[in-house]
Design a protein around this ligand. Structure first.
Ligand code: GDP
Ligand code: ZN
Length: 375
C-alpha cells in the first residue's frame, strides 16, 4: 500500500501563454530590468507544458499507466463506485448499492498530467461525491491494474481498466477470420498482463476441421482457443465458465458476434445485434463507447463495440518479439544482439521458420507488427 503524504504534482499548463517570451534571453543579457525580474520569478525549464506544480494531499503509487495520483477524499460523503461508461465529459458510475449516477469529473483530476485523453475509463473504481438527484462528481480514481488503451491523436486513451482477461472474438466466416488480428490482440494482452482467450465464433458456417491447424498453433503456445457458435450454442458453456467471477474485456472487429456471444452467455443482457453488411463484411458499427456490464452470475465484461483494433501504444520495435511466446525462445541464438529478425544474417528465428519449427504465418504476423502495419 502506498504511503500517504504531501507531494508536488505536475499539472498540464492549460491557461495563459508560455511563461517565457522568446526575447527573454536578449532582454536579460541587455540588463533590462523587466527581464531580470522575470528571471527571478520564474523557473524556466525545458519541460514545456508540464511545469506548473501544486501541492496535493493523497497517495502516489505506480499503476498500470505508470505514475498515478489519488487525492484524498472525504469518506463521510463520497461513495465508491465503478465506471460503466464514459460519454464525453460525463461518466456513468454504478455505486456499490447498485444505483447509477451521472458524474462530472473534479477539475483537479482533469488537470493532473496523466498524458491521457480522458482521465476516466470504463472499469475504473472511483470515489464520487453525490451532488443531488442521480448526479455526482468524481473526486478520485483508484490506481488501475489491467488496462487496454489505444492511441488517439498521439495520446494514450485508456479504453478499459481493471480487467484480468481479454476475450478475443473472431469469426470463422462473415467476416472471414483474420489470424493477424488475433496476433495483434494477443500482443496487447501480453503487454498488459491480461490472460487471453481466443474465441472463434460462427463455426456453424464452416467445417470446423478447417480451423484445426490454426487452433493447434495457438494451443501449442499455451493459449486457449475455443470454437463456438453464438447462434447454435456450441462452446457457449465454456465461455460462460471462463467469464464467471472475472473482469474481462471483449475485443474484436464489429460483426464477429461479440454482442451475440454475450447475449448467449447471459440471457437478459439484450445487447443490440448489428447486421453484417455484405459488401464490406465489416459490420455496421452502432456505438464506439466501451461499456462495463455486470453479469448476474458474477463477474464483469467490458464490451468494446466499434473498436476494430488497437494501435500499439508505448511499444518499441525491439520489444515486439518478447510478446511472441513462440518466437521469444530463439532470440538469444541470433548472431546480432540487436537482431530485428527481419533482414539480418544468422537469425535463429528465420532459421527456425525455414526448418519448420516455427509457424510461418506467425512469423509474418510478427513482421507486420514490427512495421506497425494495420492487421
Ligand atoms: P458484434 O458487432 O461483434 O457485436 O456482432 P453481433 O453480435 O452484432 O453480430 C453480427 C452478426 O453476426 C449478426 O447478424 C448476428 O446474427 C450474426 N452472428 C452472431 N453470431 C453468429 C453465429 O454464431 N453464427 C452465425 N451464423 N451468425 C452469427
Ligand atoms: Zn534474429
Amino acid at each position: 500500500m502506498a504511503k500517504k503524504k504531501k507531494f508536488r504534482a505536475e499539472f498540464r499548463k492549460n491557461r495563459g501563454s508560455r511563461a517565457r517570451p522568446p526575447d527573454l534571453t536578449r532582454e536579460f543579457r541587455a540588463g533590462d530590468e523587466r527581464g531580470q525580474d522575470r528571471a527571478r520569478q520564474e523557473r524556466v525549464s525545458g519541460k514545456g507544458e508540464l511545469t506548473r506544480k501544486r501541492v496535493v494531499i493523497g497517495e502516489e503509487a505506480a499503476d498500470a499507466d505508470g505514475f498515478a495520483v489519488t487525492p484524498d477524499v472525504d469518506l463521510a460523503v463520497c461513495r465508491r463506485g465503478r465506471v460503466l461508461a464514459v460519454y464525453g465529459l460525463t461518466s456513468e458510475v454504478e455505486s456499490e448499492d447498485g444505483a447509477v449516477y451521472q458524474c462530472a469529473t473534479r477539475r483537479l483530476l482533469k488537470t493532473l498530467s496523466t498524458g491521457q485523453r480522458h482521465v476516466v475509463a470504463a472499469g475504473d473504481w472511483v470515489y464520487f461525491r453525490p451532488a443531488g438527484g442521480n448526479e455526482g462528481i468524481i473526486e478520485r480514481i483508484e490506481p488501475r491494474h489491467g488496462v487496454i488503451s489505444r492511441t488517439s491523436r498521439g495520446r494514450q486513451h485508456v479504453i478499459a481498466s481493471n480487467v484480468d482477461q481479454m476475450i478475443i472474438v473472431t469469426s470463422a466466416a462473415e467476416p472471414y477470420i483474420k489470424p493477424n488480428l488475433i496476433d495483434r490482440f494477443l500482443l496487447t494482452a501480453e503487454q498488459n498482463g491480461l490472460r487471453p482467450l481466443i474465441c472463434i465464433n460462427k463455426v456453424d458456417l464452416i467445417d470446423p476441421a478447417e480451423l484445426q491447424p490454426l487452433v493447434g498453433v495457438y494451443s501449442r503456445m499455451g493459449y486457449q482457443a475455443v470454437l463456438l457458435s453464438a447462434r447454435d450454442g456450441a462452446g457457449v458453456d465454456f465461455v460462460r465458465r471462463e467469464l464467471k467471477d472475472r473482469s474481462s474485456v471483449v475485443v474484436g472487429q464489429s460483426g464477429v458476434g461479440k454482442s451475440s456471444l454475450l447475449n448467449a452467455v447471459e440471457a437478459g443482457l439484450n445487447l443490440r445485434i448489428g447486421a453484417v453488411s455484405s459488401e464490406s463484411q465489416k459490420g455496421k458499427h452502432t456505438t464506439t463507447t466501451a461499456r462495463l456490464i455486470r453479469l448476474l452470475m458474477g463477474g464483469y465484461v467490458i464490451d468494446t463495440p466499434g473498436i476494430r483494433q488497437f494501435q500499439l501504444w508505448d511499444i518499441i520495435p525491439a520489444e515486439v518479439v518478447t510478446y511472441f511466446r513462440d518466437l521469444r525462445p530463439y532470440v538469444s541464438r541470433c548472431r546480432f544482439p540487436n537482431c530485428t529478425h527481419s533482414h539480418e544474417a544468422d537469425c535463429a528465428i528465420k532459421d527456425a521458420v525455414a526448418d519448420g519449427h516455427l509457424d510461418a504465418r506467425r512469423y509474418e504476423s510478427y513482421l507486420a507488427l514490427l512495421a506497425d502495419e494495420p492487421a
